[in-house]
Design a protein around this ligand. Structure first.
Ligand code: AVI
Length: 329
């Protein structure tokens, strides 16, 4: 049996993280970056969110893969195949693992913020796929996708499911897609995208009746307290989620229920009652607009599959210029 290899590419510098967090808290519209949601408890709360009746993206995407996976695998073969699957934000690696047989995956590289998150999942995966080459990469790919040589020099399938691209604004999404295009090395991108739909469905998905999303949002304050030594009091803050139609995005905020002063070593901020900290945007796309964005990033031969209600879409985008290799006359 082979054994998985592990690489940590970049380490977040705690001093830089602290400075970024304090800048965000002191900004005119206070904000905390959504990457800080995912401490150990936050990761568990997110996993619980994906099982909520109101949170449709995870199960809708899974249904699209179950129904159209074979067609997707054939389409990947049509555009030349890929020698390595690169799974961005792999977590427990289960979404990709369900597709290994269908796509004939031989080499799999799981990327997440820290290799420690990946160790257990990859060791488990290796027992189920003893001859597969497995690689765990710790890297903050939201800053830059710089894949190591160990990912192979052939074409790669960049797998980015879960509609996480929605947590980037449109300019960041374009930057991410340009980098994904380059990282694919002549391969392709397979990406899940959440679509525009009525506001009541979206708002329920981000403000569920059990209060799990509220706990996920408020847990951010506990995590920030540990990161910068601040004294946020949970009782002072409530979860707010609303759909900003003109910007096509769900916005999550934390709002004070009374006046509150938050202190940390070297600083403080007073929040008036009803004042907010912006914690997350989750952009919802129209199919045609996302296809245009892929084209702007240089992708070709774009195809997509969706569910009956058109709530979610999975896009497959190639990187090869269809004219390349054909004669000019
Ligand atoms: C990770 N990301 C795609 C989720 C989303 O739907 O934007 C994060 C999330 N926030 C609240 N619920 C889920």
């Amino acid at each position: 049996m082979k054994t998985p290899a592990f690489l940590q590419i970049d380490h977040a510098d705690p001093a830089v993280l602290r400075a970024e967090l304090i800048d965000g808290l002191c900004a005119e519209t206070a904000n905390i970056a959504p990457k800080h949601f995912y401490d150990a408890l936050g990761a568990r709360l997110f996993s619980a969110i994906t099982e909520l009746p109101e949170y449709y993206p995870t199960r809708t995407e899974a249904a699209i893969f179950a129904r159209h996976g074979e067609a997707m695998a054939a389409a990947v073969r049509d555009i030349g195949g890929a020698s390595t699957w690169v799974d961005l934000g792999a977590g427990n690696c289960e979404k990709a693992a369900r597709l290994f047989d269908l796509f004939g995956v031989k080499r799999y590289a799981a990327v997440d913020i820290s290799v420690e998150y990946l160790a257990h999942a990859l060791e488990h995966l290796q027992r189920r796929h003893p001859s597969m080459d497995l690689l765990g990469i710790g890297m903050d790919f939201s800053r830059q996708i710089t894949l190591p040589l160990e990912c192979g020099d052939g074409p790669r399938l960049i797998f980015y499911p879960g509609s996480s691209i929605g947590n980037f604004d449109p300019a960041e999404s374009l930057r991410f897609l340009l980098q994904a295009h380059q990282a694919a090395q002549g391969g392709a991108l397979l990406i899940g995208v959440d679509l525009v739909k009525p506001a009541d469905i979206l708002e329920a998905a981000y403000d569920d009746r059990l209060g799990v999303t509220a706990a996920f949002n408020r847990n951010l304050l506990l995590h920030v307290n540990r990161l910068i030594g601040s004294d946020f009091r949970l009782a002072d803050w409530r979860h707010v989620a609303h759909y900003n139609g003109p910007a096509s995005r769900i916005e999550m905020h934390l709002e004070t229920v009374r006046q509150s002063t938050v202190r940390w070593v070297g600083g403080e901020r007073r929040f008036a009652m009803g004042q907010r900290i912006h914690t997350e945007n989750s952009y919802k796309w129209r199919i045609a607009d996302f296809a245009k964005l892929l084209a702007r990033a240089g992708f070709t031969g774009v195809r997509h599959w969706t569910d009956e209600r058109e709530w979610f879409a999975v896009f497959l985008a190639g990187t090869l210029n269809p004219a390349a290799g054909t004669s000019a006359n």
